[in-house]
Design a protein around this ligand. Structure first.
Ligand code: FES
Length: 161
């Protein structure tokens, strides 16, 4: 879809259309990727989830970024996510977790959340989508990954590092 077609479909006409077409135009802006969020999707994520293997010795992890008490956190249910210290942590399947920065790679905005229906990370600003390892999904508005972190748990505590 061209920028012209996109703006026309959004209802821009006349002077407003011309103003929008001539603002912030770069050579690489010929096409506008359309990010799509299918909140009813039941498809499995592009990147298979590797369940975190419980380990009994989290103390061997040096310099953890986060330590989350799973007995009291809001991560008890599959699909739940929290944001702490600008890191989005989600329980992506029973006992398996994924963690990424909430800083989008499209523009430097902290709008990344977890979309449990699509099992992917999602930026609420322009709709960029990322797999569970922070890699942009096909048709995402950006082609740059976001930082993903490793996670480990002993079943009571989740460590992000
Ligand atoms: S800032 Fe995230 S999609 Fe644009």
């Amino acid at each position: 879809m061209t920028r012209y077609e996109f703006l026309k479909s959004m209802g821009f006409t006349g002077a407003a259309l011309m103003a929008a077409l001539t603002s912030c135009v770069k050579p690489e802006d010929t096409y506008i990727p359309v990010a799509k969020l299918d909140v009813n999707s039941t498809t499995t994520p592009t990147t298979p989830v590797t369940p975190v293997t419980p380990t009994s010795d989290l103390s061997k992890i040096t310099n953890p970024l986060l330590k989350i008490d799973l007995t009291t956190s809001n991560l008890k249910n599959v699909g739940a996510y929290i944001i702490q210290a600008n890191i989005v942590v989600a329980q992506v399947s029973a006992g398996a977790y994924a963690a990424v920065t909430n800083l989008c790679s499209h523009e430097p905005k902290r709008k990344v959340i977890y979309d449990k229906n699509a099992s992917q990370f999602y930026c609420t600003d322009h709709g960029a989508t990322f797999d569970l390892k922070g890699v942009p999904l096909p048709n995402s508005i950006t082609n740059r990954s976001i930082t993903a972190y490793q996670v480990a748990t002993d079943g009571k505590t989740l460590v992000v590092y």
